[in-house]
Structure formats: structure tokens, C-alpha cells
Design a protein around this ligand. Structure first.
Ligand SMILES: O=c1[nH]c(=O)c2[nH]c(=O)[nH]c2[nH]1
Length: 297
């Protein structure tokens, strides 16, 4: 009996690449999760630790980002074929492999019925929520939504923050801003057109996200809350929990490529977490209903 190496493949899984086309004011976005795996004459690395044939998984990841810049992403299939051909052509011991992608589709936010140039929403991802609390004759209604995923490819800056010895974040006048909105709002009284209000409030949250030139996610949050309270007299207060889904500009300079805000690494964690309540200062609090709704402050 001999022990032998069977089927094997290796690579980088789940490379989160966001490609923005910004040749005109109307930006296009492609959001992919790419996995690359190579096969070929790779026995030596398994058997004796000889890495002479091991195209590093880190190299495979970098190639995904560089190709997103060089060739763009017309379709996930074409992108994967280009990637696969590259590895097979460039390294003679690589005989094949497997390349896979998930594409997340974004729709343009409609502001006043018009498609926005640079703000997008993942339609159909969110969940509507409702909580009703009765205490004798008193009734409290809290409506809301979770998982409303939005992104804008420009109109977001972050600078002016304090720097200490642990600060490495660069100041920026141009970044992607993306979040997954969870919001809960408490109504004054209980006789409302809840469906109509939900539709309008959701739409206004999207409008304000799209239209606010953001200097921080905190500012965008407050702008959304303030708008809802100003425009909807039935709302007493609104709470938000906004994860800041960071999109880091990929440094393509080592590959001789410029990256003028076109190719981003979409990090899933850690994320910033921005939470606040925006409220009228003349309505009594409703601590009991909020005590049973976790995830907000
Ligand atoms: O909008 C932001 N708010 C922050 O508090 C923060 N902190 C950070 O690192 N990036 C950002 N972005």
C-alpha cells in the first residue's frame, strides 16, 4: 500500500471586489465575490514543501483586483474566463482551475422618480418590522426596517478627525459610503395609515442618503432622522443602527496601474457602527417599548 496525493486545488476564496466606472457623472458599479483555484503540477508543495510552483493565493487575489482595473467587469463569466486563461497561460505547470463569482446587483435609488447618478440600493433585501405595546389604554407603535443596503460611489468624505499614535486612516475627500440601514420609528398615537407611512418614510430615507453630501456617516444618519421628523408629524422619534461597510481603495501601484477610485476591496468586518436616536424634545419617552427592541441605543 502506498499513500498518494489525490485531487487538489488551491487559491483565494471570496475576493470582494467593487468596480466603479466613473467616466461620466452617471457611475456604474459591479460588485463581485470572486474565488480563484488553481490545479496543475503541484505535488512538490504538498509532498516536500517545495513552493516553486505555488502561485501564491495572495497573487491570485491581487490579479483579481488588477484585472478589474485593466479589463473592467463586463460580465462575471467573461471576467472569470480572462482570469482563468491568464493563470493557465502565464504559468506552464498550471493546467487548469476553477473560478467562481457571485455578483450582487445594485439598483439606482429613485429620487423623485428619477434614477440617481451615484447612489444605489440592493432592492428586496430589507425586512419591515413592527412592534405594538399595550398598557391599559396606552398604545405604542414602533415601525421600522432592517437590512436596507445602500451605497454611494461619491459624495462622501471623511476628514478632520483627531490623530494620535494609533491613527493610520488617511483623510479623504472621496470615498464609497455604504451601509445596511436598520431604523425604528415610534409613532405618536395609533390611528395611522401604516402602509402608506412605511412606503413614504422608506423612500425619504433613501432620498436623503442619496442627496446628502456626507462628511461622516453620523451626519448622514442625523440628516435622515431630521428629515423624517420634520416631514412626518406622526413620528415622535427614530433610532438608527448603521454599520459602516468600509470599501478600501486597492493599491494597484505595485502592478503599474493607477486607481482613481475605481477598484475597491469591500471589507465585511470589522465595520464601523454608527448609532443614534433623533427625537422631538417635547414628547414623553417610551422606555418600555424600546427595552424590548435590542440593537439600538
Ligand atoms: O463616517 C465615518 N464615521 C466615523 O466615525 C469613522 N471612523 C472611521 O474610521 N471611518 C469613519 N467614517
Amino acid at each position: 500500500m502506498a499513500i498518494v496525493l489525490g485531487d487538489n486545488q488551491y487559491g483565494k476564496a471570496e475576493v470582494r471586489v467593487v468596480r466603479v466606472v466613473r467616466d461620466t457623472a452617471r457611475h456604474e458599479i459591479t460588485d463581485l465575490n470572486v474565488s480563484s483555484q488553481l490545479r496543475g503540477d503541484l505535488a512538490a508543495s504538498h509532498l516536500v514543501g517545495d513552493n516553486g510552483h505555488v502561485v501564491a493565493t495572495d497573487t491570485q487575489k491581487n490579479t483579481v483586483y488588477a484585472f478589474a482595473k485593466k479589463y473592467g467587469v463586463t460580465s462575471p463569466e467573461d471576467f472569470l474566463i480572462t482570469l482563468g486563461r491568464h493563470f493557465v497561460d502565464a504559468f506552464e505547470w498550471i493546467s487548469g482551475g476553477r473560478w467562481a463569482a457571485e455578483q450582487y446587483s445594485w439598483q439606482r435609488i429613485l429620487v423623485g422618480g428619477v434614477e440617481h447618478d451615484h447612489s444605489f440600493v440592493r432592492e428586496g433585501q430589507e425586512t419591515r418590522t413592527a412592534v405594538v405595546e399595550l398598557d391599559g389604554e396606552d398604545i405604542t407603535v414602533v415601525a421600522g426596517l432592517t437590512d436596507l443596503v445602500v451605497l454611494k460611489t461619491t459624495g462622501s468624505e471623511f476628514h478632520g478627525f483627531p490623530r494620535d499614535i494609533y491613527t493610520t486612516l488617511a483623510e479623504t475627500n472621496e470615498r464609497i459610503l455604504a451601509t445596511k440601514v436598520s431604523a425604528r420609528w415610534r409613532y405618536l398615537g395609533a390611528a395611522h395609515d401604516y402602509n402608506g407611512l412605511y412606503t413614504e418614510i422608506r423612500a425619504r430615507l433613501l432620498d436623503v442618503f442619496a442627496e446628502t453630501h456626507s462628511l461622516a456617516l453620523q451626519q448622514t444618519l442625523y440628516a435622515m432622522g431630521e428629515t423624517i421628523l420634520r416631514e412626518f408629524g406622526a413620528v415622535a422619534e427614530i433610532k438608527f443602527s448603521l454599520p459602516n461597510r468600509h470599501h478600501f481603495l486597492v493599491d494597484l501601484a505595485p502592478f503599474g496601474l493607477e486607481n482613481p477610485n475605481e477598484v475597491f476591496y469591500a471589507a465585511d468586518r470589522p465595520y464601523g457602527l454608527i448609532e443614534a436616536t433623533v427625537l422631538r424634545d417635547d414628547v414623553p419617552p417610551a422606555e418600555r417599548v424600546w427595552a424590548g427592541i435590542p440593537g439600538f441605543c
